[in-house]
Design a protein around this ligand. Structure first.
Ligand SMILES: Nc1ncnc2c1ncn2[C@@H]1O[C@H](COP(=O)(O)OP(=O)(O)OP(=O)(O)O)[C@@H](O)[C@H]1O
Ligand SMILES: [Mg+2]
Length: 499
């Protein structure tokens, strides 16, 4: 890894990075910073969680003339949450240099955004739909933009934003514009976008074999549809994640799963595009703060979100296509940490699992369904760990007399066993009913590597993933204004659920 100084970055940018704990560039940053500083067009592909935001964001900030109060940079992202997160990152990179950034996305008051735009930001981060609205209202003009970044470029194409993006790019200076495309997945269809809008782009790509991260353990369990929920609960009990994300196929599924988990005593909430803005903001904030520890979400949360402390990703339903799988599991195992991704699949979906493995060039390890006993064992272990930690910390003065009295009545092992039983959250078996989902239809995709749009087409009435609906999901929902945590993940052990 290289030090940031060696790129010839502005000292104030290096200073801001140091404050953020960024001392060395990650490999993708090492590969792209110089190119972007030199004004080159770049297509950057690197695995999830490896610092692509910095790879485009750091040189973008460096190139901004902070003394000139015009819009110089534009970053497009597919979801509101991601737009907001990217803007927060850019704000931090540019803080000491005095670079102003703002974010615009749908579902939020225009007035507020217009006021923010009046502060003359140097960089605008946006979701395509709302940016178009601002362009129509002439509250945003793009003729001074030097650099355009498409973060999660392939996803914006999947969502049907291509025409919007063409319109947006047409409003920026064609001759002088620098265009940057970033994503962990670069399906072949990206080429047409690249050849149409980029000037002799430099491609930085990962080897096909390394699309998913080594530090994410990938497992799958074959289940019947009707057992999925019990299996999920047992997995959570057994694995005791710090934070986890459960991906469901549809909004209804996410709603039902969230409610069912709460019924069983988990601190869970759902996130999808039909929730109003305020609700989505609060769900995500609570998850980041550890007030809830299971986030149940549609693919709206699959891309880009960087939440420290996510140790587990559960694919309750299989993703519609392999790219989505890569991004979903990438919500864990970020910035060098390790993570576990567990996928539930039904027998009719076997081909789908194979397809995912073929594209990600990585086999998932099959594991058996966890038993009640294993789930109980997991919870017991967690309770024991807490007890041990507490014992070593001291501070039980108020309890010592009572403990001594107890030991006169009963032997130590019995007393401690009772305390452990009290502390252990025994697996909850409250009956719950989920509407069943049809399995993904098996389909073969020639060649494997591409990830075509067709891969997304839903079957039956699972409309929420079809072109228009999917796009609506992203558009009507996301967005959050809170600061993401750049610090090392804070420990969230301790009480996991309300007792
Ligand atoms: N040079 C660095 N030093 C330390 N931490 C870093 C560095 N670069 C990035 N990070 C941290 O790594 C994490 C992941 O970064 P980022 O969100 O940019 O990943 P990404 O490659 O965009 O992933 P995804 O494909 O999921 O969008 C963030 O928490 C970020 O703060
Ligand atoms: Mg990213």
């Amino acid at each position: 890894m290289a030090q940031f100084e060696q790129f010839g970055l502005d000292a104030l940018v290096v200073q801001a990075l140091t404050k953020m704990g960024f001392t060395e560039a990650t490999p993708i940053q090492q590969d792209t910073i110089k190119l972007v500083l030199d004004g080159k067009d770049v297509i950057g592909q690197a695995q999830t969680g490896t610092g692509k935001t910095g790879a485009f964001g750091i040189p973008l900030i460096d190139r901004i003339d902070a003394t000139n109060p015009i819009v110089q940079g534009l970053v497009l992202a597919p979801t509101r949450e991601l737009a907001s997160q990217v803007e927060q990152a850019l704000k931090q990179f540019g803080r000491d240099k005095g670079v102003r950034t703002t974010v615009v996305y749908g579902g939020e008051d225009f007035g507020k955004q217009i006021r923010a735009l009046k502060a003359r930001p140097h960089i605008i981060v946006a979701t395509p739909g709302r940016l178009m609205d601002h362009m129509r209202r002439k509250t945003i003009r793009l003729e001074t933009v030097q650099t355009v970044v498409l973060d999660e470029a392939d996803e914006m194409l999947n969502m049907g934003f291509i025409e919007d993006i063409e319109t947006i790019l047409a409003e920026t200076p064609e001759d002088t514009r620098q265009t940057l495309l970033f994503s962990a997945t670069m399906p072949r269809r990206m080429e047409s976008l690249a050849s149409k809008f980029m000037k002799d782009p430099t491609r930085i790509a990962v080897k096909a074999k390394e699309v998913t991260m080594e530090n994410i353990a990938q497992q799958y369990i074959e289940v019947h549809e009707r057992e999925k929920f019990d299996v999920l609960c047992r997995l959570i009990d057994l694995e005791t994640p710090e934070l986890s994300i459960v991906f469901g196929r549809t909004k209804r599924r996410v709603d039902e799963l969230g409610e069912a988990l709460i019924k069983r005593g988990y601190r869970a909430e759902g996130l999808h595009g039909d929730l109003n803005q305020a609700k989505r903001n609060s769900v995500l904030r609570k998850f980041k703060e550890g007030l809830i520890d299971v986030l149940v979400a549609t693919d709206v949360a699959a891309r880009g979100l960087d939440i420290s402390g996510v140790t587990h990703v559960f694919n309750f339903d299989l993703p519609q296509d392999p790219e989505s799988y890569v991004h979903r599991i990438g919500r864990t195992g970020r910035a060098g940490r390790s993570g576990i991704a567990i996928t539930l699949s039904t027998k009719p979906e076997r081909d789908h699992v194979k397809l995912i493995e073929r594209v990600s060039k990585k086999r998932m390890t099959q594991r058996p369904k966890p038993t009640y006993e294993e789930a109980l064992e997991g919870q017991k272990k967690a309770a024991l760990l807490e007890l041990r930690e507490l014992a070593s910390e001291g501070g039980q003065d108020h309890y010592r007399v009572a403990a001594k009295e107890l030991l006169q009545e009963t032997d130590a092992v019995t007393a401690l066993s009772a305390a452990l039983k009290l502390l252990t959250r025994e697996p909850d078996q409250t009956p719950v009913k989920l509407t069943s989902e049809a399995p993904l239809r098996s389909k073969k995709r020639p060649g494997g590597g591409g990830g075509g749009r067709d891969g997304r087409r839903p079957q039956g009435d699972r409309r929420s993933y079809s072109g228009q609906k999917r796009r609506d999901d992203r558009r009507s929902g996301s967005g959050s204004g809170q600061k993401r945590s750049w610090a090392n993940s804070s420990s969230r052990s301790g009480s996991k659920r309300p007792s």
